[in-house]
Design a binder for this molecule. Sequence first.
Ligand code: SF4
Length: 341
Amino acid sequence: MLSGLELKCLLLDEGVVGIDKAFKLPVRTSRSTAGPGAGKRSIALELDGHRMKVGVTRDPGQKYNLIDSEQDYDIAKNGQTIAQGVQIIPIAMHAPYQAFINLEAGCIYDCAFCVTPSMGDTKTISPERWVELILDSVKKEQVDAVAVTSGIPEDLRTTTDGMLFVVENVREALSDMAIGVEPYIEDVEDIQRFKDAGADEIKLNIETATQALFDRVCPMLDRQKVFELLPKAVEVFGKGNVTSNIIVGLGESDEEVLAASKQLIDMGVVPTLRGLRVNDGNRDRLTEALGTTPTKVPSSRLVKLSEGLKKDLSVAGMFPLELKTMCHKCGCCDIEPRWDI
Ligand code: SF4
């Protein structure tokens, strides 16, 4: 039988499991509007402490299938059981045990890897309504953390103010809840504003391992500015409470990923390595930006990079990770040093 990590790697590589038409899932499926799984209906599974989000389909003829096994679930490959004791874990909002919202879909910055610019369906939900939805979710489900990200459909100030409103109001209602934010920031004062509003953790993304790749995929954003803001974020939020995404799979080498990751660690920032997912929402824009269509990042590469990341974090005294929100807390979509390595 596969171990938890082996199953996670397999499902990261395969992306989808079949479920029988008559099978009644014990949880709602989730449709992500941010992150690598954006646009898909998915569920979260757990085996031996390893969590994985996987797309589900009721279309027959799938190679891998999720089978109800009374107490828990099995995964079968062509009818043969390959993993047992799998749990389905409930997704509160986007992530297990988290109310992680994408405040606004659509984005004027149009980064090539991101599917948010191609999704406009949550645009009409006001910040006030998002606060109600989050508090409702906290009442009804097990929620340990709240997190807020957003596309920027009109202008940066409007989106930042909307995110601040949500954080402030959730904090007012839930004094003990861990709150994380993932904003794009240009005004350094906004870092302190998020802290004052009640955020515990912040993610400011450098997005790519190299500046040259950034110039291709995010020509409208300023990576240098993010590097300038990160030390301020560490000063305000504290070492280990600031994270930054590096997307893997845009054509960079492993050495470049770990060099960028080391740069972040040296600033007291926890890197978040995210494997690129190519789908209908980003394929054409990625091909145009890179001059080639990138392929899926194999899980074996993510394991290797995560091992390197864990080593560098340990040397810097930043491991074990204690982040309470967003991807390091969740651990579903990528190989995560805290849960998987
Ligand atoms: S790992 Fe990150 S992107 Fe994936 S479900 Fe969890 S919080 Fe969302």
